[in-house]
Design a protein around this ligand. Sequence first.
Ligand code: PLP
Length: 376
Amino acid sequence: MNTFYMDHAATTPMREVAAATWMEYAQSLNPASQYGSGRRARSVADSAREEIAQLLGCEPIEVIFTASGTEADNIAVQGLFQSSKLNRVVSTAIEHPAVLETVKSLGANGADVDLLPIGADGRVSSFDLLEQPAAVAAMMWANNETGAIQPVPEFIAAAQASGTPTHIDAVQVVGHLPVNFSELGVTTLAASAHKFGGPRGVGLLLAKRSPAPSAVLHGGGQERGIRPGTLDVAGAAATAAALREAVGEMDAEAQRLRALKAELLDGILAQVDNVMVHTTEPSLPGHLHLSFPGAEGDSLIMLLDSMRIEASTGSACSNGVNRASHVLLAMGIAEADARGAIRFTLGRNTTEESIKAVLGVIADVVSRARTAGMAF
Ligand code: PLP
């Protein structure tokens, strides 16, 4: 019996080309060493950096390898804050915890924190708070739960008008939609290899030369001193290989996924009453976030899992406890309805068969979850 994996926004299977590249360079030694094997490792890392820079529209020196998207977000937000004389941070209420918790921890240590308001469509609805300068303004390009693409050009223009450095969390976007760092004009941008078929445990921070984030970790001078630590050469090479393939097939894949997503949504709406659709357009090609009021998200996930369909509630890091998502609450969704949320994220191994598998069981699953009711 097949398993239908529909949680590609959580992580997506590693591409063959990435796994093969990783294996090829797994024995690489320290790229900072001056002898032959060090120089060979260095040249592999340099090629990976150059390729990533070319694919994302930046200079090789602006590419900083980290160990996760979370680390890239932390370095950007904390590091830009530290490098500024200002004591103010602006972000949004729908950020991934990698940004939101970082911003909150700055607030707990005395920074003035302002969160931009969110509309019912899941997008930032006003940039007035950016009229006053801040040490850093951080916003996601697309939301990991709803897939809603945020008004990035407006955000950047508003921040630039007050001279505020900007960080964009593009973890859900890189490898899925075109990204050109220099045309965008942001100060820093975060990405994560495992979201586009690279290895887990490799993040990317694109950082302009100036203003550059101050170091958050201290150590040797690797990665411009912004992210010290011995570089994972195999991980860097595998990330470049995955990104090359992802960018190469991006347009065709986006079109394919949008068609499958439309089929999934239409099929669900045709069979199930009282469905709330949280994904509004423009959205990421593979994201479909819904609530089935009266059902617990956890029940829906467990019932689907028993039928080998793997989806999630979409809210990050809930440690297995179903809490209403902060994203849906920020959109004005009632707590009980938010708890009935489920996120399908389609990706490379999603086919017509996957959609049919969901549509074949969804009415029964929702009805059983609704009969079980809410936990309290
Ligand atoms: N930012 C967003 C929008 C994400 O979706 C995620 C992961 O889900 C992260 C940051 C964190 O990335 P990583 O898992 O590489 O730490």
